[in-house]
Design a protein around this ligand. Structure first.
Ligand SMILES: [Zn+2]
Length: 135
């Protein structure tokens, strides 16, 4: 299950322009069932990609059409059972949509909120573009 996630990250690395020294290696995301819910430990991931955990939580809730919240230990709790495979696939999508620069492929980006709209700003090439809004 994890290998697919790593493969995808490998591909991102290869697609990136060479020359820059920092490698993109997001930390492991833990996914495990808690009763009728699924806990996602993505705190380190959120810090690594420099995105608010709340935004990642909203994204997962939107993608999986599940209710959810961030609990007091900074874990994302989703209503229902979701496999690690499914959650990691969504996280791959998150990285593609909200982290990796669409212009140059650099993961070194920031996200800004302007008038309820999110913009990704690339620190590598300077590109700035709006990204989809999560309800
Ligand atoms: Zn860029």
């Amino acid at each position: 299950m994890e290998s697919k996630y790593e493969e995808m990250m490998d591909r991102i690395l290869k697609e990136r322009k060479s020359g820059s020294g920092n490698r993109f290696e997001p930390p492991e995301i833990d996914v495990y069932p808690v009763g009728q819910k699924t806990a996602v430990n993505a705190e380190k991931f959120a810090k690594y990609v420099n995105r608010p955990l709340n935004h990642i939580a909203k994204f997962l809730m939107h993608e999986l059409t599940a209710p959810g919240q961030v609990d007091e230990t900074s874990k994302i709790i989703l209503g229902g059972h979701f496999s690690k495979k499914v959650v990691l696939e969504k996280m791959n999508y998150y990285v593609k949509e909200y982290v990796i620069c669409k212009q140059c492929g650099s993961p070194d980006t920031q996200m800004q909120k302007v008038d309820k709209n999110f913009y990704v700003k690339c620190l590598g090439c300077g590109a700035e573009y709006p990204v989809g809004r999560l309800k």
